[in-house]
Design a protein around this ligand. Structure first.
Ligand SMILES: NC(=O)c1ccc[n+]([C@@H]2O[C@H](COP(=O)([O-])OP(=O)(O)OC[C@H]3O[C@@H](n4cnc5c(N)ncnc54)[C@H](O)[C@@H]3O)[C@@H](O)[C@H]2O)c1
Length: 420
């Protein structure tokens, strides 16, 4: 009985979800995954099967030339050459996610979906708790959809533990003696890749990355998921900027696109390796050619203009969120419009991103400053951040009604069967 309560603890967090969680629990147990407190660990399935590999990505020759001709003084600072981790390394060494917030937990889920170990690190115990719930609820489903098997996920608020999590992973919580048989050589191995999903604040990201770099294995890739801050802004603060790269995810697992962009110092070999591994995880990488730098990558830059003008329309009282979104749905056949999307992403994140765009590109100040001030004063300053806080551009009730509408439109036959 005592064992059962330990094993099922993550599922008891939300009683209303007990049935759903129990189903996930059974699915994960079927895969050999065991739960204990805030940790998920995998048992006998550890090395069976894996996703299929796709062919390496080819880059245009001019892109490589542009890349290698850049910033020689920075490249000279690099202390090592990068070599790709082996398959064995990636079974043993985790992907470390820094920041378990809205996007971090979703990125963690994707990287844990093909038997690979993942460590989730956050300074907030609440964020760790809710990301445990999220991953518990969704990992088995994602794996079933992709025909893969979940890997072990370890949650921690201890940075040192996060960077030496190789010794934590593998079989420690498998209720077997396997931990004792773990080879000594793998015990002190840290992550093979870190993906930072920290708040959109340049000095915070720089401080966190500089701190973690000291603790990481030399060969570790450091990827930033920032929407508007480019790693070229962070690179001068790292010992080895060759390991730094932008990988910008779009709310996975729903969106599979990831934009990949050089820090302007990134080792060339990281691109084909990483894009291949992303494809193995069911993601679709889009690469900005190494040597080209773009604030907001490809899509986010276009999306930023759309958000800016939407906020201006709201601030000037030209239209209401429901009207703007209805126009988008009608015109683009989109499921959601920009207001619903901004609420989903978080209005604080939207404000931080816009602020940075304006700082970097002074021509945007004229059109962007007033709507930004309005957003901060009317919503962010009052704690109305969208979905994560309840109210946002839509009230909680309005958003729930919209969600019900989307569901009805997606599954009309279910509504019919229920006699709705
Ligand atoms: N929200 C999105 O849809 C989205 C999409 C793509 C990219 N991004 C980018 O991802 C990043 C994170 O965005 P988010 O929406 O997940 O933010 P968030 O605020 O939901 O999550 C940030 C997390 O970082 C944690 N954190 C803060 N300081 C930390 C530290 N020093 N060490 C470890 N953890 C720390 C916080 O506790 C929080 O859980 C941002 O750079 C954002 O631009 C967000």
């Amino acid at each position: 009985m005592a064992l059962l309560s330990v094993v099922t603890r993550p599922f008891l967090c939300r009683p209303s979800n007990l049935q759903k969680n129990w189903d996930s629990f059974l699915s994960l147990r079927a895969y050999g995954v065991h739960f204990s407190g805030q940790r998920l660990s995998i048992g006998s399935f550890q090395k069976r099967g894996r996703a299929t590999r796709s062919s390496p990505v080819q880059f245009p020759r001019h892109a490589t030339q542009l890349f290698t001709s850049q910033a020689p003084e920075r490249v000279a600072r690099s202390i090592t050459q990068w070599h790709p981790p082996t398959d064995q390394d990636m079974w043993e060494q985790p992907v470390l996610i820094m920041g378990a917030g809205h996007i971090g937990r979703r990125v963690a889920l994707v990287w844990a979906s093909a038997l690979r170990p993942v460590t989730v690190y956050d300074i907030s115990k609440n964020a760790l708790r809710s990301s445990t719930e999220y991953i518990t609820d969704n990992l088995a489903k994602y794996c079933l959809e992709h025909g893969t098997h979940p890997g072990p996920v370890h949650f921690t608020s201890d940075l040192r533990e996060a960077t030496t999590a190789g010794k934590r992973h593998g079989l420690k919580l498998d209720f077997s003696a396997a931990h004792d048989t773990e080879p000594k050589s793998t015990r002190k191995k840290g992550p093979w890749m870190v993906i930072e999903c920290l708040p959109e604040n340049l000095s915070l990201k720089i401080a966190a990355l500089a701190e973690i770099e000291r603790l990481l294995p030399e060969n570790c890739i450091i990827a930033s998921n920032s929407s508007s801050l480019m790693t070229s802004e962070m690179a001068p603060h790292l010992q080895n900027p060759g390991h730094l790269i932008n990988t910008h995810y779009y709310i996975p697992p729903r969106n599979v696109m990831v934009e990949v962009m050089s820090s302007s110092h990134t080792y060339e070999g990281i691109f084909p390796f990483l894009t291949r591994e992303m494809k193995n995880m069911g993601l679709t990488p889009m690469v900005v050619p190494p040597g080209v730098q773009s604030q907001g990558f490809i899509f986010n830059r276009i999306w930023a203009a759309c958000k800016r003008e939407t906020l201006a329309v709201l601030q000037e009282g030209v239209g209401q969120p429901a009207e703007i979104d209805a126009l988008f749905r009608d015109f683009f056949h989109a499921e959601k419009g920009p207001c619903e999307r901004m609420d989903e992403v978080g209005l604080d994140v939207v404000a931080n991103v816009e602020e940075h765009y304006i700082e970097q590109r002074s021509e945007l100040a004229r059109s962007g400053e007033k709507p930004l001030e309005w957003l901060k004063k009317t919503y962010v300053g009052r704690g109305d951040l969208g979905e994560k806080s309840g109210d946002g551009l839509y009230t909680w009730e309005e958003r729930e009604a919209l969600k019900a509408k989307h569901k009805r439109e997606k599954f009309p036959e279910v509504e019919e069967a229920l006699g709705a």
